[in-house]
Design a protein around this ligand. Structure first.
Ligand code: SF4
Length: 742
């Protein structure tokens, strides 16, 4: 009703922390957003991004109707016309060249929506192309690969039990600003303070003295990209000083002796020369981790986006295993999300990569996708299988992938492009058709991805906060309609056909375990007003804590979550070994052959000449990749897109604070203002990523007024971690000089 003010509760979908928000809604507008103090997981915490949830929803630049390209500009059209344009553009390409001619890029926000969690798989299956790319290969693929080999599933990722640990060693992560990544921990800063308050400690290893490092009990500076050496030095010490103690893991680990052999060349004295951490400190770190009642090693973006990303991610887990801290309270543990079921037994097919290879560079498939670093190759290189059409869903690879200048040019040469995206941004400006989903406030939310990474088991569902926008289209409907379109069912296909098929398939999967119940019996019991709600209800009721469709009346269901707007606490993480292990042996396979083979590459690089100056990224609390720079409250104040440089380097290069510096790499050149600071080590410069909003043809006025520079103009598409295909975005060799100086 006009003039009515109400309060609504909703999980914040803007980052991995999954905080509860308390929203004030007046006249169908969100007028305030604050932390939900009754939320079972976040207890009232909110960051500046979550506080702008209403502004993001009301952003005037957010697209509310589809766009179709006419010449050099985009025009608003109706939904039917937009889908007809897609059919006219995509249909002939599929017919003439087949599925490989259509590539797909999935951006990070897909893991923050129910549509992304449920409707992308059917779309990709329907399309049938192997040219699938995502933000995972600029972010986290090394962790998936190392966990895939160690535990048999790339999704079995142990998270630090930060609420109970005595010692947390953080490598290449800045959770004080990110609030955690591949470790969902709302109010990570509060959890770290609590750790210290109960007598625990946390140590940060990073080339940059981040905000996390400033609050740490100790900061250890390390050369970019060398964490694998430090970790191998720790493993070497654990082995040679007989500090290995598997604890409760004994009997569940194979490959221990082989890991000890692999560590042999990496003595603390030898690796200290490379990583810059003194050998005595490396030995002490090993002893502290071994002696602590409980300890957890947590590595994130700085350990993944480097040339030895998979080795580093693997070594993080190796240290946790050798100190007996895997799968025990206070160590690192496997969450069990409410929509998932525990395995019935350990042992499985295990994990493999390279089931097929990319056409141009012959790079192996990993988790069903190719490295995004080779996307431009596939578009530009003529021949059978050349990518001629492109579908993006919630992605901005022109800003977020390596040598993005080249990708930007490649996209301009496509025959057809369609983007499912709420903004006309640096990537979607190339699209022939843009399909904008309704905004987050108008759709339900459940975190399929992050509840499986939470440091405490909990579940929460948020119904839509605002009514549907009559002329907008729900994201599930958009993806369903696209799916039906690519299978030849026409531009006007009814998305309800796919919704019903998906529900039928979900019920068929669970009908047998619910013996005596037919699909029709179960269908009659399914709750939910929206197709995604109905699929969630099936998953919850048959999940780890579910009501089994009435068999366990106290169990979870969609209705129960709706009755608990602040979430349902499911308790601290519990040990899951051996059930979680899906390796062929049913053990933690500590020394997988592909990883062991890559150790020689690391050993060979011990003697490599180090670059004088290397570039790293950085994370800011008010920024989340490329897509939140159109919110005035998040970009106001001083320019944060600066080139941080140590005073010694600034003096050597005759640069002063505020000078315009030219940064040159193999891939490209950018100019950025210098910020002289001892936060970065000598020999290291840092630019944040996700900026560079000065390209023509976009419609993001606030971002365009605060453009910054695109750090991925400098990153190199030919530098990848070979095991995961992940791009190397940290440790890029660069030259820096004053702009205008020869
Ligand atoms: S930390 Fe993440 S989930 Fe929490 S309020 Fe901020 S953006 Fe939202």
């Amino acid at each position: 009703m006009p003039g009515e003010t109400r309060t609504a509760y909703r999980t914040c979908p803007l980052c991995e922390a999954a905080c509860g928000l308390e929203l004030t809604v007046a006249d169908d507008r969100i007028v305030a957003s604050r932390g939900d103090s009754a939320h079972v997981f976040s207890h009232g915490f909110v960051c500046p991004k979550g506080a702008t949830f209403g502004q993001l929803s009301a952003d005037p630049d957010r697209l509310r109707r589809p766009l179709v390209r006419r010449g050099d500009s985009h025009e608003e059209v109706g939904w039917d016309e937009a889908f007809r344009a897609i059919e006219a553009g995509l249909g002939p390409i599929l017919q003439q060249y087949g599925p490989p001619a259509v590539a797909v890029y999935l951006g990070n926000p897909n893991v923050h929506t129910m549509a992304g969690g449920l409707y992308l798989s059917p779309l990709l299956r329907a399309l049938g192309s192997r040219n699938i790319f995502s933000a995972s290969t600029v972010d986290q693929m090394p962790k998936h690969v190392s966990c895939g080999y160690l535990y048999g599933s790339p999704l079995a990722i142990p998270v630090p039990d930060v609420d109970r640990t005595d010692l947390l060693l953080v490598l290449g992560a800045n959770p004080w600003e990110s609030n955690g990544s591949l470790a969902t921990a709302a109010d990570f800063p509060g959890r770290l303070k609590a750790l210290q308050a109960r007598g625990g400690r946390f140590i940060v290893v990073d080339p940059r003295r981040t905000r996390t490092a400033e609050h740490a009990d100790e900061y250890v500076a390390i050369r970019p990209g060398t964490d694998a050496y430090l970790l191998f030095g720790i493993v070497h010490t654990l082995v040679t000083e007989h500090l290995v103690d598997l604890g409760g893991l004994a009997g569940h680990v194979t490959g221990l002796t082989e890991v000890g052999e692999l560590a042999r060349p990496f003595t603390p004295d030898r690796v200290a020369e490379v990583c810059g951490v003194p050998a005595p400190r490396i030995r002490e770190l090993a002893r502290e981790l071994a002696a602590a009642p409980t300890a957890a090693v947590y590595g994130r973006i700085g350990t993944c986006t480097v040339e030895f990303g998979t080795l580093t991610s693997w070594l993080v887990d190796v240290v946790n295993v050798l100190t007996g801290n895997l799968d025990r309270p206070g160590g690192v543990m496997f969450p069990l999300a409410a929509h998932l079921r525990p395995q019935t037994r350990s042992g499985g097919k295990g994990f493999t990569v390279g089931r097929w290879h990319s056409r141009v560079r012959g790079l192996p498939e990993v988790k069903g996708e190719f490295p995004v670093a080779t996307l431009a190759d596939e578009i530009e290189t003529p021949g059978d299988g050349q990518v001629r059409a492109f579908v993006t869903v919630a992605g901005n690879p022109v800003l977020s992938t390596p040598n993005s200048g080249r990708l930007d040019r490649a996209l301009a040469g496509l025959d057809f492009m369609v983007s499912v995206d709420p903004y006309l941004n640096e990537t979607t400006r190339h699209a022939d058709v843009v399909l904008p989903p309704t905004d987050a406030a108008r759709k339900g939310h459940y975190d399929f991805s992050f509840l499986a990474l939470a440091v405490r088991n909990f579940a929460a569902y948020s119904p839509p906060v605002l009514p549907a926008d009559g002329a907008g289209m729900d994201e599930c409907d958009i993806l369903a309609r696209l799916t039906l379109l690519v299978t030849g069912q026409g531009a006007a296909a009814d998305p309800a056909v796919l919704h019903e098929r998906m529900l039928e398939q979900a019920l068929q999967r669970v009908a047998a375990p619910n013996a005596g119940r037919t699909v029709d019996d179960l269908r009659a019991m399914v709750d939910g007003e929206h197709p995604a709600e109905r699929l969630l209800d099936v998953a919850l009721r048959t999940g780890a804590y579910g009501d089994g469709f009435g068999a366990r009346p106290d169990g979870l269901s969609l209705a129960r979550l709706k009755d608990h707007p602040h979430g349902v606490d499911l308790g601290p993480l519990r040990p899951r070994i051996p059930e979680v292990l899906q390796t062929p042996s049913g053990t933690v396979e500590l020394c997988p052959a592909p990883i062991a083979a890559d150790v020689e590459r690391l050993r060979g690089a011990l003697d490599r000449q180090r670059d004088d100056l290397v570039l790293i990224g950085r994370r800011h609390l008010r920024s989340n990749n490329s897509w939140m720079h159109n919110v005035p409250a998040l970009v106001k104040g001083r320019d944060r897109c600066t080139l941080q440089m140590h005073p010694d380097d600034a003096a050597r290069l005759a640069l002063a604070d505020g000078d315009d510096a030219r940064v040159v790499s193999r891939a490209g050149t950018v100019s950025a203002p210098v910020e002289v600071t001892d936060r970065v080590m000598p020999g290291v410069v840092s630019l944040p990523h996700g900026w560079g909003h000065d390209l023509p043809g976009t419609r993001m006025a606030v971002a365009a007024a605060h453009p910054g520079v695109n750090s991925n103009v400098l990153t190199d598409e030919f530098a990848i971690d070979p095991l995961s295909g992940n791009s190397v975005l940290n440790g890029i060799p660069v030259e820096v000089k004053a702009a205008g100086r020869p």
